[in-house]
Design a binder for this molecule. Structure first.
Ligand code: OGA
Ligand code: MN
Length: 293
């Protein structure tokens, strides 16, 4: 049986029926998922009772994966999951929620700002696939914003202004926005800014989108305060309600999004409740602008 997709968001986001991730992915379904991602940019798969190995196999059937190495404040010895997974939970190695003031928790609160995954890496992520293993009893939604619709809605003068713009992205910039400044020298080195173009063109559909992220903290050639104000205005424009789909998680949901065409953010939830979310990530094709490695 092949899959069907129906739109669930305001101008994007679809829900997929007819797929069981415990079974190998057929070529036909893989092609339909890629085509669905090109169109909807976010796909929701309900009720996937899968193990990590099945999530990984499903992800790999869609393309090469990005490893989660050096992107959080968890030390190697402190990882709950292998580097094939980004641990998006609030849990330590013993599956206990981090204390409210735990540095690893505070850093992860950066996910509550609008962002695109790995925009702080020279080759940023293509798709992210997030699977819900346990969810809090309130809050903890994830919101998605359509950066193609946001681009289309710009006036012509702004489209021309952003066309060749290049930004500097770093996890330190997003954390500065939430008042988290406490980085070690090693982390400052690891989180050195990278450059990304502001306007991306989708390789299949040819649609343009705004490549925004709270990791963007500067515009090349612009004074910093002016750049910060401009980026803030653009994010405000791009995340208006008409461009946003809010996902209310159920256990077993797997949500896949295209980081090249969308931003997302987590919404708050009680600190003492486990929220176990595991992310696999498909690697992007390459850097968005030429730069030193
Ligand atoms: C992510 C992320 C949001 C959430 O997995 O990259 O930002 O709601 N998740 O956990
Ligand atoms: Mn994210």
């Amino acid at each position: 049986m092949s899959i069907t997709i129906r739109q669930i968001g305001p101008c994007f986001a679809g829900e997929v029926d007819g797929l069981d991730m415990r079974q190998p992915l057929s070529r036909e379904d893989a092609a339909a998922i890629h085509a669905g991602m090109d169109r909807y940019a976010v796909l929701v798969f309900r009720d996937q009772k899968i193990e990590d190995a099945q999530q990984l196999a499903f992800t790999r059937a869609l393309g090469p994966i990005e490893q989660a190495i050096g992107t959080s404040l968890r030390a190697a010895a402190d990882q709950r999951l292998p580097t094939t997974f980004a641990d998006v939970s609030n849990l330590d190695k013993t599956n206990t929620p981090f204390a409210r003031d735990d540095r690893r928790r505070l850093f992860a609160i950066g996910n509550r700002l609008w962002h695109s995954d790995s925009s702080f890496k020279a080759t940023p992520a293509k798709y992210s696939l997030l699977h819900a293993i346990s969810i809090p009893n309130k809050g903890g939604n994830t919101q998605f914003a359509d950066m193609r619709a946001a681009y289309d809605a710009l006036d012509e003068e702004t489209k021309a202004e952003v066309q060749d713009m290049v930004c500097e992205h770093s996890q330190m910039f997003s954390r500065q926005l939430i008042g988290f400044f406490d980085f070690t020298d090693e982390e400052r080195e690891r989180f050195r800014p990278v450059r990304q173009c502001m306007v991306r063109t989708h390789p299949v559909t040819g649609r343009k989108s705004l490549y925004l992220s709270s990791h963007a903290g500067g515009i090349v050639g612009w004074p910093m305060p002016e750049a910060r104000g401009y980026l803030r205005d653009l994010i405000e424009h791009a995340t208006q309600r008409e461009f946003v789909y809010t996902h209310q998680w159920r256990l077993g949901d797997l949500v896949m999004w295209d980081n090249r065409q969308t931003m997302h953010r987590a919404r708050p939830f009680p600190a003492d409740q486990p929220r176990d979310m595991r992310r696999t990530t498909l690697a992007g094709d390459g850097p968005t602008v030429a730069q030193a490695a």
